[in-house]
Design a protein around this ligand. Structure first.
Ligand code: NAD
Ligand code: MG
Length: 427
């Protein structure tokens, strides 16, 4: 039987890798729907190549894009905006939704896919950072299947016992002997650079990842290690563990994609070339395997595998993510929102790379009442000891998060706080 696939975020880096696997196996997969936000020329080319039945674009582009499709002789249903993405995610014809939109923009369609009981291949980690409990509950209640594409989470999934993978038993069952997860990180382009060098980094230096080729936002997140922070929170929800059960280790070669430590002393690891097509192929075919043209790992070429403890002063975002996870959902929503705004400001050259951690910490402070750490470094002039708590949201607010609107409300407040902090630091 052919699996009908909707690739949401088809014009991005994960979209590229996914479509290249789908193109290699046309007898197994039908590209039923695609979505794109910015690069609509590219989306048109993808429509010509894959002939999807449905396509989603921003609302204001629906008519124009429909005309372009018609001119290209394509018969394709065009839908717009968030409602259009949600409609595709719940389409009864769709078997599998690849959630590859970047940031909070991907949350609604991912949650909709879970509520519609789909098989979800999750790249959009921000959906779990913002709405982990809601997502996991929706998956459970509606018989959906959630398979991680993030290479670390996919690696951990592969190293877990079968019964846990299939959701037949809990990861905590003593018989499984799972002791700890080891989340590997490359350390990004500034691993061997000083904080001063990091502060002076240009956008092109920050997005130049040593091992992976990815979208801009996640590349900046890798440079600050916020990406690992988001992944830590993602792992807590996916695998139902506390943040203290997950150890982050820097492994600069990006050959081991993560590990599971067992109580008998065993470490199970998944290794491979740093190429997203491997976890994508794994999740598409699971529980079977399909071939890919990913370059095979040449073990004889590997000089050494290194492991280093992360420096939490330099990579303060990672420390913030642990604190946010301990504090509760309002904190993880606020952190994610602040970070999206701060990364955007860095890309627009309004703040330094090292300011991102400070902006994130300030927003957490403002929202939650002053308990978030403030990073030790001081760069563009963001005050370190101003807790500005008056309008703060009580962390217990997490208890009242019942629906998507509650989440989006906190997200909105955190974004405006972040804008405010950025204005303060620029003036
Ligand atoms: P990207 O920037 O290359 O692509 C993002 C996609 O999202 C594009 O198709 C874009 O059109 C779409 N998009 C952006 N804003 C949107 C909006 N407001 N509404 C609807 N669609 C929108 O990003 P990427 O690197 O492919 O990453 C996508 C997701 O996968 C992120 O959450 C990232 O953290 C995660 N991820 C990426 C990688 C990787 O190797 N690239 C690895 C692991 C996880
Ligand atoms: Mg990852």
């Amino acid at each position: 039987m052919t699996q009908r696939i909707a690739v949401l975020g088809a014009t991005g880096s994960i979209g590229d890798s996914t479509l290249s696997i789908l193109a290699e196996h046309p007898q197994l997969y039908q590209v039923y729907a695609l979505s794109g936000h910015g690069r609509l020329d590219k989306l048109l080319t993808l429509c010509q190549q894959f002939q999807p039945v449905r396509v989603a674009v921003p609302s204001e582009k629906v008519d124009e894009f429909a005309t372009r499709l018609q001119q290209a002789g394509l018969n394709c249903d065009v839908v717009g905006g968030q409602a259009g993405l949600d409609d595709i995610a719940a389409d009864p014809e769709v078997d599998t939704v690849v959630a590859a939109i970047v940031g909070a923009a991907g949350l609604s369609s991912t949650l909709t896919a879970a509520r519609a009981g789909k098989r979800i291949l999750l790249a959009n980690k921000e959906a779990l950072v913002m709405a982990g409990s809601l997502m996991m509950q929706a998956v459970k209640d509606n018989g959906a299947t959630l398979l991680p594409l993030d290479s670390e989470h996919n690696a951990i999934f592969q190293c877990l016992p079968n019964e846990v993978q299939q959701n037949n038993t809990a990861i905590h069952d003593a018989g499984h002997g799972v002791k700890k997860l080891w989340l590997t990180a490359s350390g990004g382009p500034f691993l061997h650079k000083s904080l001063q060098q990091m502060q002076a980094a240009s956008v092109s230096e920050a997005v130049k990842h040593p091992n992976w080729s990815m979208g801009k936002k996640i590349s900046v997140d890798s440079a600050t290690m916020m990406n690992k922070g988001l992944e830590l929170i993602e792992a807590c929800h996916l695998f139902d563990l506390a943040e203290s059960d997950i150890q982050v280790v820097i492994h600069p070669q990006s050959i081991i994609h993560s590990m599971v430590e067992y109580t008998d002393g065993s470490f199970l690891a998944q290794l491979g070339s740093p190429d997203m097509r491997t976890p994508i192929a794994h999740a598409l075919a699971y529980p079977q395997r399909i071939a890919t043209s990913v370059e095979s790992l040449d073990l004889f070429q590997l000089a050494a595998l290194e492991f280093v403890k992360p420096d939490l002063e330099k990579f303060a975002c990672l420390k913030l993510a642990r604190q946010a996870m301990q504090t509760g959902q309002s904190a993880t929503i606020a952190l994610n929102a602040a970070n999206e705004v701060a990364v955007e400001a860095f890309i627009k050259q309004q703040v330094f790379l090292t300011d991102i951690a400070l902006i994130n910490a300030r927003v957490l402070d403002k929202m939650l009442g002053g308990d978030a750490i403030l990073a030790s470094q001081h760069t563009t002039g963001i005050a370190q000891n101003d807790t500005g708590l008056s309008q703060g949201i009580n962390p217990n607010f997490s208890l009242n998060i019942k629906q998507l609107d509650d989440i989006l409300n906190i997200d909105k407040i955190a974004r405006s706080f972040a804008e405010q902090v950025i204005q303060e630091c620029r003036s």
